[in-house]
Design a protein around this ligand. Structure first.
Ligand code: ATP
Ligand code: MG
Length: 389
């Protein structure tokens, strides 16, 4: 007998002709996620399931936690692998019964037989296993309608697997099966969630942080770095860029109408994010904006911001309420870092009465007072990046 982790693939099972490509990306994502986990692991793909076998030193607890963060995996099941005969199946089952049943008082069996030559049918397998469990634990009851535990016996080509229902995996499709996205990552709650949502749909993520030294400090930058590091658990490697907007912010404050500061700044952020994104082959820019959340996130304001972008701008949080975003941030483990109290470059110069219904002509007239190209070029010259993960 050996322990095993079964990764049940999700949506990629439907991928038709591209399926082998999706499978190979997923397998490499799984192996990468397992780096650093104690023990040697072997991988074997069959029938929409990746089987992960560990050696005697394998740290299965850590492995499962890491594998639950790999996009493309629908379910992570921890189970037992044994020889394909009923004597063997039943003795492994009874040996591991406490673990398989947990605290449940009712159960049922499900059997899957991909080896059609196996002498017993699926109902016969269930009946034999059920009888063995009842003999070992007469306090338990079978409930085929709504059991507290479902135990699955799979008769595969090379072995039999016994496992419980498993835990929900990260879902989505493997990172890297879509194009690259440049995530505008502030220290807030929303943008890490936006990056996570895009990675779930297969985007490879790079990130850009805009700082305003000396108005924003090292602690704020460290916070963004910590958020990006957290995202690498789901996204794999992330190149985190930082670009200084100090000259731009100071110029805006000196030259332009206060009610438009934020929007003008956001247009510069968008230009810079697109420029860095294009340089590193991103197909879009991603933000954590949500409709109506703040003045710069009304439809009119978003349209004015988009007008400065020359890549598509994707906003996966656009239809989420703040509390829904918070639930996601907690689930992915970014919330506690996001709420640390460090200054943000937007808040340093926030206008008292921002324009919620800006007029593009008026915004362009304000920009006409500036050397937009020069300011942008000097900001981009400050671009530096670190590779995380
Ligand atoms: P969040 O909580 O995600 O930071 P927010 O609610 O504070 O967002 P804004 O400050 O208006 O809203 O920012 C909207 C979006 O613009 C952010 O989600 C992020 O994608 C981007 N952004 C804002 N500030 C920065 C920054 N300093 N560096 C990089 N991106 C930024
Ligand atoms: Mg913010």
């Amino acid at each position: 007998m050996r322990e095993i982790i079964l990764l049940k693939y999700g949506e990629i099972v439907l991928k038709g002709l591209n399926r082998s490509y999706f499978n190979s990306v997923l397998e490499s994502r799984v192996k990468r996620a397992m780096k650093g986990v104690e023990g040697e692991f072997r991988y074997d793909y069959a029938q929409s399931t990746l089987c992960v076998y560990g050696d005697e030193n394998a740290d299965y607890d850590t492995a499962v936690e890491k594998l639950k963060k790999v996009f493309g995996v629908a379910t992570v099941c921890r189970g037992i692998s044994c020889e394909k005969n009923m004597d063997e199946v039943i003795s492994r089952l009874t040996e591991n019964l406490d673990r398989l049943i947990g605290g449940a008082s009712t159960f049922k069996f499900e059997a899957k037989r991909s080896d059609k030559k196996f002498p017993l049918t699926s109902p016969q397998i269930c009946a034999e296993c059920g009888a063995a469990v009842l003999k070992a634990r007469p306090d338990l009851k079978v409930d085929v309608i709504s059991p507290e535990r479902v135990i699955t016996v799979e008769i595969r080509d090379r072995a039999a697997f016994i496992h419980g229902a498993g835990e929900k995996g990260a879902g989505g499709v493997p990172v890297g099966t879509s194009e690259r996205a440049m995530l505008m990552l502030s220290g807030g709650i929303d943008s890490p969630v936006a990056g996570h949502m895009m990675a779930k749909r297969g985007a490879a993520i790079d990130a850009i942080y805009f700082e305003t030294p000396p108005y924003t400090g090292e602690a704020a930058k460290e916070k963004v770095r910590a958020l990006a590091e957290k995202l690498t658990e789901y996204c794999g490697e992330i190149y985190l860029h930082s670009v200084s907007l100090t000259e731009i912010q100071e110029t805006l404050v000196k030259t332009c109408k206060e009610k438009l500061f934020t929007l003008l700044l956001r247009r510069f952020m968008m230009r810079a994010a697109c420029a860095v994104g294009k340089k590193y082959n991103a197909g879009c820019v991603v933000t954590g904006e949500s409709l109506g959340q703040v003045a710069s996130q009304t439809m009119a304001a978003l349209a004015v911001t988009d007008n400065a972008a020359d890549l598509p701008v994707m906003r996966p949080c656009i239809g989420l309420d703040k509390d829904e975003i918070v639930v996601r941030a907690r689930n992915i483990g970014t919330f506690e870092t996001s709420i640390l109290p460090y200054e943000d470059c937007c808040t340093v110069f926030t206008p008292r009465h921002p324009d919620t219904n800006p007029d593009l002509e008026e915004v362009l007239a304000e920009e006409a007072k500036l050397d937009v190209e020069g300011l942008l070029e000097r900001a981009l010259a400050t671009d530096s990046f670190v590779r995380l993960n």
